[in-house]
Design a protein around this ligand. Structure first.
Ligand SMILES: Cc1cc2nc3c(=O)[nH]c(=O)nc-3n(C[C@H](O)[C@H](O)[C@H](O)COP(=O)(O)O)c2cc1C
Length: 160
């Protein structure tokens, strides 16, 4: 294992996002940092998801998601959606309807409404490559940076 892997990997600049999913009957949302644009034409965004997440099963069934960009001061939002819960994690937050039915977080900087194009295996995660169906800026502000979240995702143990 690389020494200091966690600190070195945090030198890769990443934002923090809330990704909502909808399987047609049930919705959920989780916090993600491993998100990036991967194509101009067609416009594709990719994210990496642990297949053990509740959201993954809903995503596989529904094939849609919405990626909302968190602001700098939304650490409590990131922490809330970063915890797994079979109860309605989305309650108490305001959501905007989108064309895919995966809702956008109203109090976010921007959203990307997406349909899954394909999946790819990536070690203990799955890469989800998504076509962007719609996108919009919602609010002004600076984006949250993953490196500023410390060990909110409890990932430090995973580098040992
Ligand atoms: C700051 C932060 C970043 C995270 N990034 C990711 C990520 O990129 N991919 C992922 O699969 N999980 C990521 N997680 C973990 C999930 O958000 C977390 O396991 C969540 O409980 C999954 O929710 P679910 O089981 O309700 O779907 C992150 C958590 C935090 C707090």
């Amino acid at each position: 294992m690389i020494k200091n892997a966690e600190a070195i990997l945090k030198q890769i600049t990443q934002g923090v996002y809330v990704i909502s999913v909808n399987n047609g009957k049930q919705k959920n949302a989780f916090t993600a940092a491993w998100v990036m644009q991967v194509s101009f034409d067609p416009l594709l965004i990719c994210f990496s998801i642990n297949p053990e997440h509740h959201s993954y099963s809903l995503l596989k069934k529904g094939g849609v998601c919405c990626i909302s960009v968190l602001k700098k001061k939304q650490a409590t939002v990131a922490a809330h959606f970063g915890k797994s819960s079979r109860q309605d994690k989305m309650a108490g937050y305001s959501w905007l309807e989108t064309s895919t039915q995966a809702p956008a977080l109203e109090d976010s900087l921007a959203y990307f409404d997406c349909r899954v194009d394909h999946y790819s295996d990536a070690g203990d995660h799955k890469l989800v490559i998504c076509s962007v169906i719609d996108a919009a800026i919602l609010n002004k502000g600076e984006p949250m940076l993953y490196r500023d979240t410390g060990d909110m995702d409890s990932s430090s143990d995973l580098y040992e």
